[in-house]
Design a protein around this ligand. Structure first.
Ligand code: ATP
Ligand code: MG
Length: 387
C-alpha cells in the first residue's frame, strides 16, 4: 500500500463492553472519505490505516474532519530490528532537518512488546545517537524539541513524526439520529458540529420564506451544509417553504408573540420530518439569553411544543467561543454574509422576554395553522451533501 498512518483514538478507548461497535463505526466513517482501497487495522487503542490513496491532502482532510480520532501521523512500519528502526527514523529526520536546519529533536519510544531486546530508553538513546552521527548540526533537547520522532515496538516497529490533530469526540453514527435546525447564522452550524462530535448522525432543516428571504440566503445555507458535511459524515438538508406560515402569523398573531410562535411552527415541522426520517431529537444553535427568544422562559415554551428532546450544545457558551469554533470549521466567513434570515424580517420590535408557556400554547392553537404546517413539511425539498 502507498501510504501508512498511525491514528490515535481518544474517548473510544475508554469504552468497555461496546468498544468494538464504536471502532467499527469510526473505521467505516474514515474509509467512506477515501477514494482508493484502504485497510484499517486496530490494535490496543491505535488504528493503522494503509491506503492506496496518493492524494495526501485528501487523506489529511479525511482524518482531520472525522470525529472520533484525536491525532494522526504519517508513519512507516518495519520488521523490529534496531537497524530497521534507525533507518526508518533517518528517513523521517531528513525531511525535518530540512525544515529546521539548526533545530533540536527528541526520540520518544514505547516498547509494547516487552520481549524486544532493548528498553524504551535504550531505543531512544541508540536511535538518537544514530541521527546525531548523520546530521552534525543536530542537537538533542528532551524538554523543548523542535521535532519529535516516535517509535513504537509492537508486533512490528512503527516510526512516525509530527502528529496532527483530529477533532476528538465519538464517531458519527455511534449515537442515534437527530434533526439540526440550520439557519444561515453563526450558531447552528457550530451546534451541528458539536453534536456530530458526540456521535449523533443528523439531517438538517432550513425554513425558507421566499421571497422575503432571497435565494442568496438559501445558497448560504447550502454552503454551510456543505462545509459541515465532512464532520457530520454527510447530511440531507430539507428546505421547507415557510412563507405561508409566516404570513399567517403576520395576519393572526399578536406582534410580540410572532417570534416564539414562529419557533413553535419550526419545531413542529422539524418533528414531522424527523418522524419520517427516524430522527429522535432536535438540535438548535440556541445560547442562553443571546436574544429574546433564547431566555429560559422562551426556551421552556418552544421546547414544550415538541415531544422530542431538544439539544442545545451552545447553551452555556459565549459568543466569542462560538465564533472561534466557527472559524476552526470554516463556517464563519459564510455565516457573516449579509443575507436576511426569515426571522429577522418578520421579527417584532418588542418581542416577549418572559413568555407564559400556557398562554402561548393557546395562541398557537388559535392560529389554526396545523394544515399549513403539514403542507409545508410535505413540500420540503431534500438535498444531499456528501461527506
Ligand atoms: P444562528 O446563528 O444559528 O442563526 P441566532 O443566534 O441567529 O442563531 P436565532 O435566529 O434566534 O438565533 O435562532 C435560534 C436557532 O433557531 C438557530 O440556531 C437555529 O437552530 C434555529 N433557526 C432559526 N432560524 C432558522 C431557520 N430559518 N431555519 C432553520 N433553523 C432556524
Ligand atoms: Mg439566526
Amino acid at each position: 500500500m502507498k501510504n501508512f498512518y498511525l491514528i490515535k483514538i481518544g474517548e473510544i478507548s475508554l469504552k468497555k463492553g461496546n468498544r468494538k461497535s464504536f471502532e467499527k463505526q469510526l473505521r467505516f466513517n474514515i474509509k467512506k472519505k477515501l477514494k482508493s482501497p484502504s485497510k484499517i487495522t486496530i490494535q490496543r487503542g491505535r488504528f493503522f490505516l494503509e491506503t492506496e490513496e496518493e492524494d495526501i491532502k485528501n487523506i489529511q482532510y479525511a482524518l482531520s474532519t472525522t470525529p472520533g480520532l484525536v491525532s494522526f501521523s504519517r508513519a512507516v512500519k518495519v520488521e523490529k530490528t534496531i537497524d530497521n528502526i534507525k533507518l526508518a527514523a533517518l528517513e523521517f529526520a531528513k525531511g525535518l532537518v530540512e525544515k529546521y536546519p539548526l533545530g533540536t529533536f527528541k526520540i520518544e519510544s514505547r516498547r509494547a512488546d516487552k520481549g524486544f531486546e532493548y528498553t524504551s530508553y535504550e531505543i531512544s538513546a541508540l536511535v538518537g545517537e544514530y541521527l546525531l552521527d548523520n546530521f552534525l548540526s543536530l542537537k538533542v533537547d528532551v524538554h523543548n524539541p523542535d521535532w519529535i520522532i516516535n517509535i513504537e515496538v509492537r508486533n512490528l516497529a512503527y516510526v512516525y513524526g509530527a502528529q496532527e490533530r483530529g477533532t476528538g469526540g465519538l464517531p458519527v453514527g455511534s449515537a442515534a439520529k437527530g434533526m439540526l435546525l440550520l439557519s444561515g447564522g453563526i450558531d447552528s452550524p457550530v451546534a451541528g458540529y458539536l453534536m456530530a462530535k458526540r456521535g449523533l448522525r443528523m439531517d438538517a432543516i432550513y425554513f425558507h420564506a421566499y421571497p422575503y428571504t432571497s435565494d442568496d440566503a438559501l445558497e448560504k445555507v447550502k454552503t454551510l451544509a456543505e462545509k459541515i458535511a465532512p464532520y457530520l459524515s454527510g447530511l440531507s438538508l430539507f428546505v421547507v417553504p415557510f412563507t405561508d406560515f409566516q404570513l399567517l402569523l403576520k395576519q393572526k398573531a399578536r406582534e410580540e408573540e410572532v417570534t416564539l410562535l414562529m419557533r413553535a411552527g419550526m419545531v413542529k415541522i422539524a418533528e414531522m420530518i424527523s418522524k419520517k426520517r427516524g430522527s429522535i431529537c432536535l438540535v438548535t444553535g440556541e445560547s442562553l439569553s443571546q436574544v429574546a427568544s433564547q431566555t429560559v422562559e422562551s426556551i421552556k415554551y418552544t421546547g414544550s411544543e415538541t415531544e422530542l428532546p431538544v439539544f442545545r450544545p451552545l447553551i452555556g457558551m459565549d459568543k466569542e467561543d462560538i465564533i472561534k469554533t466557527a472559524i476552526s470549521i470554516d463556517t464563519y466567513e459564510t455565516s457573516i454574509l449579509p443575507f436576511e434570515d426569515c426571522c429577522t424580517i418578520f421579527s417584532p420590535t418588542h418581542p416577549l422576554l418572559k413568555p407564559d408557556s400556557e398562554k402561548l400554547k393557546s395562541s398557537f392553537i388559535m392560529l389554526e395553522g396545523e394544515a399549513l404546517l403539514k403542507e409545508a413539511a410535505e413540500k420540503a425539498e431534500r438535498i444531499y451533501f456528501k461527506p
